[in-house]
Design a protein. Structure first.
Length: 278
């Protein structure tokens, strides 16, 4: 089966984007892993599928698969690429695009300078929202990893995040602690792990170990979760510039737990291609 796709990236977080509105295809976990391989396949952090909506009030259905073939609830960098893709492919001419995801509805706004602002919805801190095994909602939770006591912020942005404050993001033990926290038994569906260095009340540096993908150059929902946790701790004030290895995002949130969080950043098309699925 021949499938046309577009390779895109948001701050280096890269995607294979497939239009399943005008063409048909099915992907299984083995195919996704093979396509994601950077030596023998196309190479990407996530596969993004554009599908017709199930809800008539939505414009599209947005589905996200990690490089290991697992389907996940949300991807902020992917959402920005999604918005650019559906307009570039002339699947819509709207600048405000509503999409349904596994983690809930999202509103995507393409600005006049072709940056994309994503209404990510309100961050959720209740442990059951991630899910996370804890006896109560706290600003910081104690977590023991290999005999070391860590303090993390637990945040759901439609997908689960653990946020760990570090003094220096460059020397942070991302490779060691990232997988250990991702698979910690207190996170029954695993978790994305952010390592946050606070530079000022309006600026942070961040590295993210993504569930099912490892460390990526950027993670949109990870940036949102880090800012939400930082504001909740009293460390940050909106707006916050988040510097990731792949570039920077702007995050806005009032601190009201019912208020939506807004993420603004770029989305870039890399190339178009076609692949034979087998």
């Amino acid at each position: 089966m021949r499938v046309y796709f577009t390779k895109m990236h948001g701050l280096g977080n890269d995607f294979m984007v497939v239009d399943l509105v005008t063409q048909r295809a099915r992907f299984d976990a083995e195919q996704i892993r093979r396509l994601a391989d950077r030596h023998f396949g196309i190479g990407f952090d996530q596969l993004l599928l554009v599908e017709p909506p199930r809800n008539p009030e939505m414009d599209f259905r947005y589905r996200i698969y990690n490089a290991d073939g697992s389907e996940v609830e949300n991807c902020g960098n992917g959402a920005r690429c999604f918005a650019r893709f559906v307009r570039d492919q002339q699947l819509t001419h709207k600048r405000e695009i509503r999409v349904e995801t596994l983690g809930g509805p999202l509103t995507l706004l393409v600005t006049e300078d072709e940056r994309v602002q994503v209404d990510m919805g309100a961050p959720r801190f209740a442990p059951e929202a991630l899910p996370f095994t804890a006896d109560a909602d706290r600003v910081l939770h104690a977590l023991e990893v290999d005999g070391e006591r860590l303090e993390i912020g637990a945040v759901s942005m439609g997908n689960p995040h653990a946020v760990l404050r570090v003094d220096d993001v460059d020397s942070a033990p991302v490779a060691r602690l990232g997988p250990r926290i991702e698979h910690h038994p207190h996170f029954p569906r695993q978790v994305n792990v952010g390592f946050m260095q606070v530079a000022s009340r309006h600026e942070i540096r961040l590295r993210v170990h993504e569930r099912g993908a490892g460390e990526t150059l950027a993670c949109g929902t990870g940036a949102c979760a880090a800012v939400a946790s930082g504001i909740r701790q009293g460390l940050l004030e909106s707006p916050v510039t988040v510097h990731l290895p792949g570039g920077s995002l702007t995050i806005e949130w009032t601190g009201d737990e019912a208020a939506p969080l807004l993420m603004t950043g770029p989305a870039e098309r890399v190339f178009d291609g076609r692949v034979n699925l087998r």
